[in-house]
Design a protein. Structure first.
Length: 62
């Protein structure tokens, strides 16, 4: 599973970072971004829940 955050859609709400800080963090523009693109198996459920919590659907999981 891979994660990425569409920077144009991100509104910096921080829900993804709160739910899965091992995968998402703030970047220099104060927007969320994926700090690991290949999500470890043990974090897939958390990363998916964080994706579902995004109010702008900015997170893409493949």
């Amino acid at each position: 599973m891979q994660a990425e955050v569409n920077q144009e859609l991100c509104i910096s709400c921080g829900a993804c970072i709160d739910m899965c800080p091992e995968v998402y963090d703030w970047n220099d523009d104060e927007k969320a971004h994926a700090i690991v693109h290949d999500v470890p198996d043990e974090l897939e459920e958390q990363a998916s829940e964080a994706t579902e919590s995004c109010p702008t659907d900015a997170i893409i999981i493949n």
